[in-house]
Design a protein around this ligand. Structure first.
Ligand code: DAT
Ligand code: MG
Length: 150
């Protein structure tokens, strides 16, 4: 089953929207296999957002993600990367469709509530960046028989 990294960014936590965002992912049928509240260090922020180094918004992005705690999680499910990205909505909340997390809850690109890995390859790297293998929990959910077709 595919796994992806999800971060509830500082604005989600400060606005009290963590439960709302988590609930939307849960209701979609996705399964959490790891979750923690943490502060992101400068070093971790630089590693996680390395692909954006040098872009005009990079310094602001690092400042934002390190400004206040986040919730990091590993989410599992069929096509989890794509499903999470679609549930999040596009990067800029102004363009994000209604019904998406960013489209319903966000207004500015710099505070768009949630991160989700953009490919299975980056998901693997990003999960390794944020979690030790022993922090990821394997378990079965009986309800999956009503979510995933055999
Ligand atoms: P996404 O988070 O949808 O994967 P991304 O990887 O292109 O988007 O960018 C990472 C984050 O950087 C994004 O969530 C918000 C910020 N960002 C991207 N483009 C930006 C821009 N043009 N101005 C300000 N912030 C931007
Ligand atoms: Mg991205």
């Amino acid at each position: 089953m595919e796994r992806t990294l999800v971060l509830l960014k500082p604005d989600s936590i400060q606005r009290g929207l963590a439960g709302e965002v988590i609930s939307r992912l849960e209701r979609r049928g996705l399964k959490f296999v790891a979750m923690k509240l943490m502060k992101v260090s400068d070093e971790l922020a630089n590693r996680h957002y390395g692909e954006h180094a040098g872009k005009p918004f990079f310094d602001g992005l690092v400042k934002f993600i390190t400004s206040s705690p986040i919730v990091a999680m590993v989410v599992e499910g069929e096509s989890a990367v794509e499903v999470v990205r679609n549930t999040m909505g596009t990067t800029n909340p102004i363009q994000a469709g209604p019904g998406t997390i960013r489209g319903d809850l966000g207004l500015t690109i710099g505070m768009n509530l949630i991160h989700g890995s953009d490919s299975p390859e980056s998901a693997k790297k990003e999960i390794d960046t944020f979690f030790k293998p022993e922090e990821i929990v394997d378990y079965t959910r009986n309800i999956d028989a009503w979510i995933i077709e055999a």
